[in-house]
Write a protein that binds this ligand. Structure first.
Ligand code: ZN
Length: 156
């Protein structure tokens, strides 16, 4: 019997991720396969679900809704800040990314989306928030995780 993907299994896979317009957002093509510990929250929940129960060699196509991927767009994460809040930056331009610390202490990546006079609009949503994801996966290897990998929650 071949080992099937489930909790505490290490999976190697090649994948291509596209949006609904067919644009490639990410791919492992041309590099090493992605290797991850299944069931430990290392990849998005929707892809874990789609891969569960599959053996090495399987091809998996999965369409994953934002709720099972990077979440819906949260309008409250789009904020307008005074330019003075960006100390040490000579010229603030759309597309610039910064690390921002929230009131709960968590660090979030924010991207400048608009600059209007002294007002800077930033967006703290994940770039793939609200995006339906299409995965084309080839499972290249499946093995049992070691006790150490399981206790660490990641692959060694
Ligand atoms: Zn470790």
């Amino acid at each position: 019997m071949s080992l099937l993907i489930g909790d505490n299994v290490v999976v190697s896979m090649h994948y291509t991720l596209t949006n609904n317009d067919g644009e490639v957002l990410d791919t492992s093509e041309g590099s090493d396969p992605l290797v991850y510990l299944h069931g430990a929250g290392n990849i998005i929940p929707g892809l874990e679900k789609a891969l569960t129960g599959k053996p090495a060699g399987a091809s998996v196509q999965a369409k994953i809704a934002p709720a099972e991927a990077y979440g819906e767009v949260q309008p409250q994460l789009v904020e307008t800040e005074p330019a003075a809040a960006f100390q040490g930056v000579d010229k603030i331009e759309p597309g610039m990314a910064f690390q921002a610390q929230g009131s709960d202490g968590s660090v979030r990546r924010i991207v400048v989306t608009e600059v209007s006079g002294d007002e800077v609009t930033v967006d703290g949503n994940h770039p793939l928030a609200g995006v339906e994801l299409n995965f084309d996966v080839q499972v290249t290897d499946v093995r049992e995780a070691s006790a150490e990998e399981i206790s660490h929650g990641h692959v060694h």
